[in-house]
Design a binder for this molecule. Sequence first.
Ligand SMILES: Cc1cc2nc3c(=O)[nH]c(=O)nc-3n(C[C@H](O)[C@H](O)[C@H](O)COP(=O)(O)OP(=O)(O)OC[C@H]3O[C@@H](n4cnc5c(N)ncnc54)[C@H](O)[C@@H]3O)c2cc1C
Length: 384
Amino acid sequence: MGMPESREYRAITFDAIREYYDVVVVGAGPAGIMAAIEAAAACDRVLLVEASALPREKSCGGMLNVYSLRALERFGGVPEDMILSPRWISFRYYHMDREVKKATQVRFLNVDRARFDAWLLGLLPANVEVAAEVRLADVSQGEQAVAASLVARGAGGSSTRSVSCRHLIAADGPRATARERLKLRPFDRYISVQEYVRIEPGALEPYFDCIYSRRFSRDYGIGYIIPKGEVAIIGSIFYPGTKDCGRKHEEVLSILNDLYPFGEPVKRETWIAAHLTRPSDLVAGAGRILLAGEGGGFLSCTSGEGISFALNSGSMAGRAVAASLSAGAPGPTDALRRYERALSPLKRNLAFRMRMFPFMNSYAGKNLACFIPTPIVSKLTERV
Ligand SMILES: Cc1cc2nc3c(=O)[nH]c(=O)nc-3n(C[C@H](O)[C@H](O)[C@H](O)COP(=O)(O)OP(=O)(O)OC[C@H]3O[C@@H](n4cnc5c(N)ncnc54)[C@H](O)[C@@H]3O)c2cc1C
């Protein structure tokens, strides 16, 4: 599938950005869009800035779990035109060295991520102004307001604008600029490489194969394969700081090429993802600035699933700000306190995964699934 068609939303130019907004949202991923939708229900002026061009292309497996689907039900569910074949994909544990495969009941809707993101943009109400190719460069705050410094790069160089707002919701993903500028606890970042290769329709079974092998280099976190219509994604996740990821990914490709019916390569993407290890990596924000989605650390450290956490934390941040604005003029941390309260089950869930991660990531943990019955592997996969 090529780039998706743009859906209707209120795009504005950099020059049209005003000096004041009730709420500024940074990042047009699932967290930012949900935050903007919710905030816009309680105020007139919301600005959403996105560093890349829109519609954007984010490297992703494009698998929506049951929690993502639930979060999207109120928008009528995911439209058909972005669902790929096979429609449903189940998680399968594959220990290559032991030749053990365990297919679980944990399943995902298989979508084209670029189309999905473009559809989300079209859900924004008219009072959300969207400025693409505009980056949050700096942010600071006082008792009454937040000051955001925004930058756009054009043919004649960079232009900067200052915007003041009551609240800023940073949903800026793994780059996490706002978190960095606020000197909040930083997190490390995995490096991901996704290779798209042609496949004959139906050539792969409807599984998201998660592959373990000692033949892969030690800095290799995990490998996976996802069939997506006429192509398949072969993914490699490397631990933070790994050098030469491209070459190491090629080594894995040559091993997997012997096992799967892959055709010619179509494209390759290199990206980053948050590597979260401690509950203190989960940060709701500071003062009038709320962090949502991966930028706040809201991503599963065990499965790498982030869309449901982004949709849900984004909605919670937007609702907290909306409730605080509707309540009149409460103090500078009122929205943050509301957000913290709403987040606590999600944080508990993620903290549980963090406790499980060291074992699951160990050699013993990666082997364990070989020896336990498939229904138990399935149940464990559901929880973590
Ligand atoms: C290779 C890979 C595969 C994945 N596969 C899956 C999957 O199959 N299923 C799943 O659930 N999750 C998956 N994830 C995780 C998931 O994609 C993310 O967790 C999710 O997109 C996070 O959403 P978000 O809105 O928090 O951030 P993002 O989707 O990352 O969006 C953040 C946005 O903020 C913008 N931005 C960043 N800095 C600034 C700035 N300073 N100013 C303005 N804009 C800025 C970025 O350009 C970006 O568009 C995958 C991740 C990777 C890397």
